[in-house]
Design a protein around this ligand. Structure first.
Ligand code: GLC
Length: 789
């Protein structure tokens, strides 16, 4: 308690800086190069270096003994066979692939990496790899004056993490998140460094509590862990997109979500009865506010027992799910890991009998207090348990449910440490390890169990999973929301760099609780937050028990109108967003991205935290302050078209712009294209017409790709998709589109239309060399039919 007062800074209570006192691994004493793998011994331990691809190299240093090549479950890829040349001089060992050159200095043992164009990527100087006798490990790298750092998963603060010190330890943090809040729910020990417009990445594959220190020393940064090995992968870049392609080659990418999962979602802790859920659904329908999903938070259960419904509150869940589905609305229930200790509860019985719960080495089950009271926790590190948990989800799929919300899976426990006893010994598929070592994997492995179970039950339909906790690789199973934020303007502001950095950490399907979870929201905040949410990959309004309700109509008509307008805008933009989701699935490139990703040579973008891009051609500059209707927008090189007014703004400049409450500033780059559909009530409604909007320039080329598939099944994996590649060339009085289709999906839309913005009235439009004639449309812009199916 005293720690919350000035007593915390009482003289003599200064914090000790942890990464002092390390011992160096010393000189190289012996080495051996075989089958492309270098094994080198230092004075204290062993180093292995191996290439996964020409542009990915892995270093494993165990300062205490043999280096093990066993990876964490983040990894899904084995090394490819890479031609590596080995050379040696008196002082150096050099390993080279086609793209990278690794120099290992012998005395002391130090690593320097260049690309084959001579660009220095990383260097260890006076400091390199080290350890403490207490088994902590550390790796230092030189930090250049011009280095900027991104990624690190879910962190508070601004976009560029230079100057920060960050801990990876999955934590349930209900206390208000602020710039000094460190460990949150996700641990993604991966980052991207940008130097002089070129990028490289490092993934530290260590599941212990780890720290990334970009603050303590001016010339070095470091990553350290409480145990395990120094096991990291270097990704050569040289662009941020390439780094993400490289990182997600190892840790996986998002499956393409079902279309309904990228619509608007409404949640509340909790909609407490069947009646209330029906009323919420009906209100959305009556008011014509689009909606795809309603969430059931913990009150749906019988005494918070997972895989049950409370008979009084939800007497007929099957009927409820069916009725809502007929209206195009899905129900997603919460499933926490804690299983109530209750000898009369079948899930608990099965768990005990099947030996599915986390235990101490002595054999006794670990119990912790969560919503249901004293609870046991499935040991997801065991394949057998993951299978059991997955099978249990038949309970939900049999009710017609195809989405699950995983929460409290850090795992959160109501005690001093906020989590499971670190002494618990996980089964870990026959290689038992303590919770201290595997804590950060709990959410990832619960996601694995849940997603795979649901996938099996849904028989070809795509499941949707939302998770609070995870580790690198969680993107393969789940969307991530940023946990318990508050209805503070500061939290709206903070959500932008947080979600952008999640995207730069391989997790493109992310978002924050729109309107804020705890604390009372208000109309203006909800309206502005919904504007942002409309362009955030994951779009859910959620609020907590005991605070103001925040459904779109909660703060009066004035705000409802604005909120509705932006939920509708989301649906209009779904074809564009869905295309970007498919791109994220294919390449790892995020949907919502910082400007620095597209403009890495423009220093104005390096720490731009209050604007973002959707794809490579749309800048969104939301208002994130109360009672403010003006802001500065930075537009990078090119000319930009105001989405609402058509006005052109010059790039490479800051602009003071005005945005009344009903305006979210959106700018589309001149010379580029977006694809929009119609406003809908939900994603069950199909577009009759899809419209390509071309923002014509005097002279430019652009490649646009439109992606579509059935939005529900996995048939896209078998080629049942449409990828329409459109090469756009603008000339003074002409527009040429060269269109090529890939895949064999026949889309629902019958007509593909083109609208040309700010073109002259006498332009000619050609598609694959054939001239189109203008049709009459309900806009006064020249409109053409490209295709009629
Ligand atoms: C946690 C979640 C929150 C949820 C609540 C009750 O605080 O983060 O979203 O509503 O638990 O289940």
């Amino acid at each position: 308690m005293l720690e919350d007062t000035s007593f915390a800074i009482h003289p003599g209570k200064e914090k000790i800086i942890e990464n002092t006192d390390y011992r160096d691994i010393g000189n190289l004493v012996q080495k051996h190069f075989e089958h492309g793998v270098l094994t080198a011994h230092s004075e204290t331990g062993e180093l292995k270096v191996l290439f996964y691809r020409d542009d990915i190299v892995r270093f494993v240093m165990n300062p205490f003994g043999q280096a093990s090549l066993k990876s964490s479950p983040a990894l899904i890829k084995e090394p490819e066979s890479v031609d590596v040349t080995f050379t040696e001089t008196n002082s150096l060992i050099v390993l080279e692939s086609k793209l990278l050159k690794v120099e290992i200095n012998k005395e002391p043992l130090r690593v320097t990496i260049f690309d084959q164009e001579g660009r220095l990527i990383v260097r260890e100087g006076k400091k390199g790899m080290g350890y403490k006798p207490s088994k902590e490990v550390i790796c230092y790298k030189e930090m250049g004056e011009k280095d900027h750092f991104y990624g690190f998963g879910e962190k508070t603060g601004f976009l560029d993490k230079r100057g920060e010190k960050m801990t990876m330890w999955n934590s349930d943090v209900y206390a208000p998140h602020n710039p000094e809040t460190d460990a949150l729910y996700q641990s993604i020990p991966f980052f991207i460094t940008l130097r002089d417009g070129k990028a490289h990445g490092i993934f530290f594959d260590n599941t212990f509590k780890s720290t990334f220190d970009l603050r303590t020393e001016e010339e070095y940064y470091s990553f350290m862990a409480e145990g395990g090995q120094i096991d990291y992968y270097l990704f050569a870049g040289p662009s941020m997109k390439e780094v993400l392609e490289q990182y997600t080659t190892l840790t996986g990418r998002i499956p393409i979500p079902p279309k309904w999962a990228i619509g608007y979602h409404q949640s509340r802790y909790s909609y407490e009865t069947e009646q209330e859920v029906r009323e919420i659904a009906n209100t959305f329908l009556e008011k014509g506010i689009p909606l795809d999903v309603i969430y059931l938070d913990i009150h749906y259960m019988d005494g918070y027992r997972v895989f049950t419904f409370d008979q009084n509150r939800f007497p007929n869940p099957k009927q409820l799910v069916k009725d809502l589905k007929e209206k195009g609305i899905r129900v997603v229930p919460i499933v926490d890991p804690g299983v109530k200790e209750d000898p009369e509860y079948d899930v608990y019985q099965e768990g005990v009998k099947g030996d599915h719960f986390c235990k101490y080495i002595e054999g006794n089950i670990y119990f912790g207090d969560v919503w249901p009271g004293n609870s046991a926790f499935p040991d997801f590190t065991s394949e057998k348990v993951r299978k059991w948990w997955g099978e249990k989800h038949k309970f939900y799929s049999d009710l017609g449910i195809d989405g699950i919300w995983n929460d409290m899976n850090e795992p959160a426990v109501f005690n001093e440490t906020k989590t499971m006893d670190v002494k618990v010994m996980h089964e870990n598929d026959g290689d038992p390890k303590t919770h201290r070592e595997l804590h950060n994997l709990y959410g990832l492995l619960m996601g694995n169990a849940t997603y795979n179970g649901m996938k099996q039950h849904l028989q070809g339909k795509r499941p949707f999973l939302l998770t609070r906790s995870g580790f690198s690789g969680v993107q393969r199973y789940a969307a991530v929301w940023t946990g318990d934020n508050r209805s503070f303007w500061e939290h709206l502001q903070m959500s932008l760099p947080m979600v952008m950095n999640l995207g730069l950490s391989g997790i493109p399907f992310a978002g924050s609780d729109v309107g804020g979870f705890a604390h009372d929201s208000n109309g203006e905040l909800l309206a502005r937050w919904t504007q942002v949410g409309a362009f955030t990959p994951y779009f859910r309004n959620h609020s907590a028990l005991g605070f103001a309700r925040q459904e779109p109509w909660s703060f009066g008509e004035k705000y409802e109108k604005v909120i509705k307008k932006y939920i509708q805008l989301r649906y209009k933009w779904l074809p564009q967003l869905y295309t970007l989701f498919a791109e994220a699935h294919r390449t790892g490139t995020p949907i919502m991205r910082p400007l620095v990703m597209e403009y890495p040579n423009d220093a104005n973008t390096y720490n731009l935290s209050d604007q973002f891009m959707i794809g490579d051609n749309v800048v969104i500059a939301p208002i994130v302050h109360p009672f403010v209707t003006h802001r500065v927008v930075y537009l990078p090189a090119g000319r930009w078209v105001d989405y609402w007014t058509g006005k052109i703004l010059e790039g490479n400049q800051h602009h003071l712009i005005q945005a009344e409450l009903d305006v979210l500033p959106i700018y589309v780059k001149e010379g580029t294209m977006i694809a929009l559909g119609a406003v809908k009530q939900n994603t069950n409604e199909k577009d009759e017409t899809l419209t390509l909007h071309l923002y014509k320039s005097e002279l430019s080329t652009y490649q646009f790709t439109l992606y579509d598939d059935d939005g529900l099944s996995f048939d896209y994996e078998k080629g049942n998709y449409l990828r329409k590649i459109i090469k756009v060339t603008c000339q003074e009085k002409e527009v040429h589109l060269e269109i090529k289709d890939e895949g064999n999906f026949k889309p629902d839309w019958r007509t593909l239309e083109l609208i040309v913005h700010h073109g002259e009235s006498d332009i000619n439009v050609y598609v694959n060399g054939k001239r189109l004639s203008d049709i009459k449309s309900n806009t006064d812009l020249p409109t053409y039919v490209i295709e009629q199916n």
